[in-house]
Design a protein. Structure first.
Length: 251
């Protein structure tokens, strides 16, 4: 999918991985819409205020995007930690539900609306492609650590849906891929104590450093460019396999 002249929707495009992706898409000549609950879109992109966890908000936001939509990047997300249960009581299921509503149902809400629009696109290129969907998954999709019920429920779900959406949408010339980053230096994780970050990064094989949002955006651009990338989740984690827990896992 050539981004030049294409229309892209990036959820969470006002910060971190989504923002870097929006910037790369703009630089490649795409029309970019950031569906984000807050913040400011990068210059050249259009911000549409949207809560991805609210189907009505998503419907209204997608309706504001003019013309065919060719690219969707589901990057909106929030963090959240908490044990499923402790000796003191059951886990905070309301907090778990909130993370799942944003990180998993949010991507489902947006993909349902946008993929429907994509199906109506004119096919382009040799393969007759109509659209590409990219999901921001996580290494917690595969190796959730202690205390990650909410985040892993959402990100494992999203990784699993990447293949299901490929199977639902392939017949319409729409591809779907996931990217599973390890620790990336973005505003989402900026509040974490330095010692915690150091502990997370020691599990990277090489290089032992946080990933950058630009490195994420580069994978998105590769996915767009290469039509054989479909139905899979690419790890972007410097070989990290997270251990069961860190010193900081919630007790
Ligand atoms: N940073 C990391 O280490 C890391 C690692 C793996 C996966 N991820 C995932 O990548 C994605 C982007 O994370 P990031 O680090 O760039 O975070 P970020 O906090 O920098 O950006 C997230 C964006 O999503 C928006 N957002 C939050 N809730 C929303 C909602 N309900 N509706 C619409 N927009 C909403 C925020 O306003 C923000 O602009 C997330 O899905 C995150 O889970 C991040």
């Amino acid at each position: 999918m050539d981004p030049k002249g294409a229309t892209a929707i990036v959820t969470g495009g006002n910060s971190g991985l989504g923002e870097a992706t929006a910037r790369s898409l703009l630089a490649a000549g795409a029309n970019v819409y950031s569906l984000d609950i807050g913040g400011e879109a990068p210059e050249g992109a259009t911000h549409i205020v949207c809560d991805v966890s609210d189907p009505a908000s998503v419907k209204a936001a997608v309706a504001q995007v003019e013309g065919p939509v060719h690219i969707l990047v589901n990057s909106a997300g929030i963090g959240g930690m908490g044990q499923i249960a402790t000796a003191e009581g059951p886990g905070d299921v309301a907090a778990i539900r909130k993370v799942v509503e944003v990180n998993l149902l949010g991507a489902i809400n947006v993909t349902a609306e946008v993929a429907h629009r994509m199906i109506g696109n004119d096919p382009v290129g040799e393969d007759g492609e109509r659209g590409v969907v990219v999901n921001a998954c996580s290494i917690a999709s595969f190796e959730g650590q202690e205390g990650m019920t909410a985040y892993t429920a959402a990100k494992a779900g999203l990784a699993g849906l990447t293949l299901v959406w490929t199977r639902d949408l392939g017949k319409h010339g729409i591809r779907c891929m996931g990217i599973a980053p390890g620790f990336m230096a973005t505003p989402m994780v900026a509040f974490l104590p330095e010692a915690f970050v150091a502990e997370l990064l020691k599990d990277a094989e090489f290089p032992k450093r946080a990933g950058t949002a630009t490195e994420f955006a580069k994978i998105v651009m590769t996915i767009l460019e290469n039509p054989l990338l479909n139905g899979d989740v690419i790890r972007l984690d410097a070989g990290t396999r997270p251990p069961a827990r860190t010193e900081w896992s919630v007790g």
